[in-house]
Design a protein around this ligand. Structure first.
Ligand SMILES: [Zn+2]
Length: 191
């Protein structure tokens, strides 16, 4: 997307929020207000994270459902008040192996929701702030932006080792070799 078009959809989303201050907005209406831009969720995130608009989602308020957003005030919050420190961020991502703890994609993988994007990781709260969770490292985990926005319909539970190995044993030799290659690429030959 061209920078100009991107700016356009972000501006339209902001205007839509400002016009509907205090009203719960549905994602389909936000996308429509953005002129149908597929990346509307990313624009909402930028308004919140880069420009400091306090756009609330189901992560912040228990009475909001996934896909609902709410802006209550035009007041913006400066970056230093809302940012988790760079050190904490790096530490949590490292601890989680740069892998989404909900769906298992890794930073730089192709986006499973399609398009030419690659997966981007952000920090999510294990206990949502709406339920009393805080910003301490113990309550943070690496999640991809899709999972964090509730765009991923399913967050399948992690496969347990017995079933995972059974699946691999039943797979074709070609698929087993593909798994092996992926593991070697990920862990190297020395483990
Ligand atoms: Zn994910």
């Amino acid at each position: 997307m061209s920078p100009k078009k991107r700016l356009g959809s972000k501006k339209r989303i902001l205007e839509f929020f400002l016009k509907n201050l205090g009203k719960v907005l549905e994602s389909k209406d936000i996308q429509e207000a953005a002129g149908g831009a597929v990346e509307w969720a990313r624009r909402v995130r930028e308004l919140r994270n880069e420009e400091g608009y306090q756009i609330l989602s189901h992560k912040d308020r228990a009475d909001l459902k996934a896909g609902q957003y709410l802006l209550l005030t035009v007041k913006r919050v400066p970056a230093f008040k809302r940012d988790i420190s760079k050190e904490t961020r790096a530490w949590v991502l490292e601890r989680n192996g740069y892998t989404c703890q909900m769906c298992g994609v890794a930073a730089g993988d192709p986006d499973p929701l399609g398009g030419s994007r690659t997966v981007r990781l952000t920090l999510g709260h294990i206990i949502d702030k709406s339920k009393g969770g805080d910003d301490s490292p113990g309550n943070l985990r690496a999640v991809c932006t899709n999972c964090n926005e509730g765009l991923q319909n399913t967050a399948p539970p992690k496969p347990d080792q017995v079933h995972l190995l059974a699946q691999v044993r039943r797979a074709t030799i070609a698929d087993q070799k593909a798994v092996l290659e992926w593991l070697i690429k990920k862990f190297g030959n020395d483990s």
